[in-house]
Design a protein around this ligand. Structure first.
Ligand SMILES: Nc1ncnc2c1ncn2[C@@H]1O[C@H](COP(=O)(O)OP(=O)(O)OP(=O)(O)O)[C@@H](O)[C@H]1O
Ligand SMILES: [Mg+2]
Length: 248
């Protein structure tokens, strides 16, 4: 059974093509990597799936439901219950002027949680799952470090246990040792929960560590796809060969 099916996805900004004719599937529990240089359209693909931006052409089907035609109310529901996103830019995924607990509560309120004590308890539980100390729950998100903001985005994305997480460069803005800790955490969360993930990165190391299958994007198109190990060990496309060679 397919969890997510993307077919012929195309998005233009003015005359510029951000992505064109992108197709792929994600199966339940799978981690799919998308790699490619800056500007290749990776974030655009995730933003279309998360319905933050509307595709010009193509279809996106999640659990059999076509997403590109749903109304605003259904969009909000889908974002709360069927998918979570960790944004490349934490300021886009979090309300920085609100506490960490408040950021998570926003999701729980959408799920009809009403009891303040329970919301708070669930908030600290989620923070502890992403290894943020419970006594930081009332700190403003703006007071969190870069690594903690990514952890908080993860906690928020998982609040209602959606079957799909979209991770856009979850570690690219972080120091190397913080990157490693976050990647370990993502791996562990995947092992614990079996949530399916689409992980976008320009870093082949991240993709190698997390993704079972990988798509390579170049100038808005998918130029290669397959089992991660095969794509990285024996790249067929000229651009992938260059990408792999330059990362050695
Ligand atoms: N909101 C927007 N308005 C105009 N152009 C945009 C917008 N978002 C993306 N683009 C353009 O679409 C193309 C793809 O951008 P996108 O952000 O998807 O690339 P990316 O692969 O995520 O790059 P990076 O690795 O730098 O994050 C780029 O040419 C970009 O300038
Ligand atoms: Mg991007």
């Amino acid at each position: 059974m397919t969890l997510l099916a993307v077919r012929g996805l195309t998005k233009r900004y003015g005359g510029r093509v951000a992505c064109t004719d992108v197709s792929f599937e994600v199966y339940p529990g799978e981690v799919l990597g998308i790699v490619g240089e800056s500007g290749s359209g990776k974030s655009t693909v995730l933003q279309c799936i998360y319905l933050e931006t509307m595709a010009d052409n193509g279809s996106i089907t999640l659990d059999g439901e076509e997403l590109t035609t749903v109304d605003a109310m259904r969009r909000r529901w889908l974002r709360s219950f069927r998918m979570g996103m960790v944004h490349q830019d934490a300021a886009r995924g979090l309300d920085l002027g609100v506490s960490a607990g408040g950021n998570i509560a926003e999701r729980l309120l959408a799920a009809d949680w009403r009891h303040a004590g329970r919301i708070r308890a669930r908030g600290t539980e989620l923070l502890s799952r992403v290894e943020v100390a419970a006594d930081r729950v009332d700190d403003l998100a703006s007071a969190y470090s870069g690594g903690m903001r990514q952890r908080l985005q993860l906690a928020k994305a998982m609040a209602n246990e959606p079957p799909l997480l979209l991770l856009d460069e979850p570690t690219s803005s972080l120091d190397v040792h913080v990157q490693a800790a976050i990647l370990d955490l993502v791996k562990e969360l995947h092992a614990q929960t079996g949530v399916a993930m689409v992980v976008v990165s320009h870093d082949l190391g991240v993709i190698r560590l997390l993704a079972q299958r990988t798509l390579v994007m170049y100038r808005g198109r998918v130029v290669e796809s397959g089992i991660t190990e095969q794509v990285l060990e024996d790249p067929q496309d000229a651009y992938t060969q260059l990408l792999v060679a330059s990362s050695l």
